[in-house]
Design a protein around this ligand. Structure first.
Ligand code: ARG
Length: 467
């Protein structure tokens, strides 16, 4: 009476409302490639251990490849009564092969099947994002290289603080995205584990060879406990968490450049092709791409909350709640992939407005801290030096001049060593040239960092392997 794979136990057909409510095909069809790949590996293994004959194994593999072709061409029709992608593929196989198709699900449950497909999908998604991160880093590196000796005002509390090389600024973003790469690569280790063979929850009494499937699918290890393997979605949480830090890094960068592209900052020019206009104000050129990058962060965070809430109430082992993992994961991956692609375009296309930036560098006492450090080198205690320079800043501010414009007599009065120190340290150029600590904006340090990154990124891009 019911054509369902599990229909045998039921005396009544499923309510249509239940079918609609429980179906996931509209979302999980995206797993088809990975599900078919895992099924082919499973069928090969069933053949090796004698649960399928050679010819049955071959028919199943060929049948699955034809189904893959149907998916690729968009010819697969989705039916809510077939629930999910796994059932669609199995039903199509049975329709093509009859009884032979009915053997594919031997020694397997949808519980270990979906865990396997989702791990394969996530592994590919991580690899795609790693590649995109490198592309974005590479865009920032080009900007660092072409920035030359351009100086930017560095900020704390969004108040002018100390001068930094523009290259140093671009490299800061590269560092952030590097840690994001590391986090993803670390999460990938726990994604890259084969749960197939855990069956529904307890394993199977059939003589399967899990190791063969592991090798076939390129997993690094086998899961060690079937109850855990079918219910674990930590790997999804960790992946989405890593994506969230990418989102945060993208968002704070986007916010910065939205500010920088405003008339008030006037630091950066965004290419017309990457901006949008206003339907009423003829003069507008808006940084919508950056705003949407900032805006989508929220969605990725939503996915993380969804996953954490999803898991917290689940007893072992598989529960249908777990089906809700896919919208959260897919959306987070889509958001971040899209944002990274657009971020690379913006990073490549944006131009620093160097002459305007330069014309404003003398404002904001960017050289005050370096002057203070000069006094410290002349053996004035730090707190005393801080007080002396603070007083000078107050004096200059009330006169509406820079520190370097203060009369020599005022400097000498504040401290006898100051005129000489001021002569070698004041002005943003001299202040910048005075830096020396490792990791600082000192020009020689920054030049070395550019070379280090250039090497790393080149080697990475030359490898077909993302790691
Ligand atoms: N669509 C389901 C999911 O995504 C597949 C597993 C269903 N298993 C079950 N016993 N109903 O989790």
């Amino acid at each position: 009476m019911d054509s369902k794979a599990w229909g045998g136990r039921f005396s009544a057909a499923t309510d249509r409302a239940v079918e609609t409510f429980t179906a996931s095909i509209a979302i999980d069809h995206r797993l088809w490639r990975h599900d078919i790949r895992a099924s082919i590996a499973h069928a090969r293994m069933l053949t090796s251990v004698g649960l399928l004959s050679e010819s049955e194994g071959e028919s199943i593999a060929t049948g699955l490849e034809q189904i893959a072709e149907q998916f690729a061409q968009g010819k697969m029709t989705f039916r809510d009564d077939l629930e999910d992608v796994h059932m669609h593929i199995e039903a199509a196989l049975i329709e093509a092969l009859g009884d032979v198709g009915r053997k594919l699900h031997t020694a397997r449950s949808r519980n270990d099947q979906v865990a396997t497909s989702l791990r394969l999908w996530t592994r590919d998604a991580i690899d795609g994002i790693l590649e995109r991160l490198t592309a974005l880093q590479s865009a920032f590196l080009s900007s660092a290289k072409s920035a030359g000796d351009t100086i930017l005002p560095g900020y704390t509390h969004l108040q002018r603080a100390q001068p930094v090389l523009a290259a140093h600024y671009f490299l800061a973003h590269i560092e952030r995205f590097e840690r994001d790469r590391e986090r993803l690569m670390d999460a990938r280790k726990r994604v890259n584990i084969s749960p197939l063979g855990s069956a529904a929850l307890a394993g199977t009494s059939l003589p399967i060879d899990r190791e063969q499937v592991r090798q076939d699918l390129g997993f690094a290890a086998l899961s060690r406990n079937s109850l855990d393997a079918v219910s674990d979605r930590d790997f999804v949480v960790e992946t989405i968490f890593a994506l969230n830090l990418i989102a945060i890094h993208l968002s704070s960068w986007a916010e910065e450049w939205i500010l920088w592209s405003s008339q008030e900052f006037n630091f950066i020019d965004l290419p017309d092709a990457l901006c949008t206009g206003s339907s009423i104000m003829p003069h507008k050129k808006n940084p919508d791409v950056l705003e949407l990058i900032r805006g989508r962060t929220g969605r990725v965070n939503g996915s993380l909350q969804t996953m954490l809430m999803l898991l917290k109430g689940l007893p072992l082992a598989y529960n249908r709640d777990l089906q809700e993992d896919k919208p959260a994961l897919f959306d987070a991956v889509d958001c971040i992939s899209g944002c990274l692609d657009l971020a690379a375009l913006v990073a490549e296309g944006a131009k620093l407005k160097t002459s305007h930036i330069k014309s404003q560098l003398s404002y904001g006492f960017l050289d005050a801290t370096t002057l203070m450090e000069g006094l410290i080198l002349a053996e004035v205690p730090m707190r005393t030096a801080h007080g002396i320079v603070g007083t000078l800043v107050r004096a200059a501010e009330s006169l509406g001049i820079t520190l370097s414009e203060l009369p020599v007599a005022t400097l000498a009065e504040a401290h006898p060593a100051l005129p000489e120190i001021a002569a070698s340290r004041l002005g943003v150029d001299q202040a910048l040239a005075s830096f020396q600590s490792l990791g600082s904006t000192a020009p020689s340090r920054v030049a070395a960092e550019i070379l280090r990154w250039q090497d790393m990124i080149q080697q990475r891009q030359a490898r077909t392997n993302f790691k």
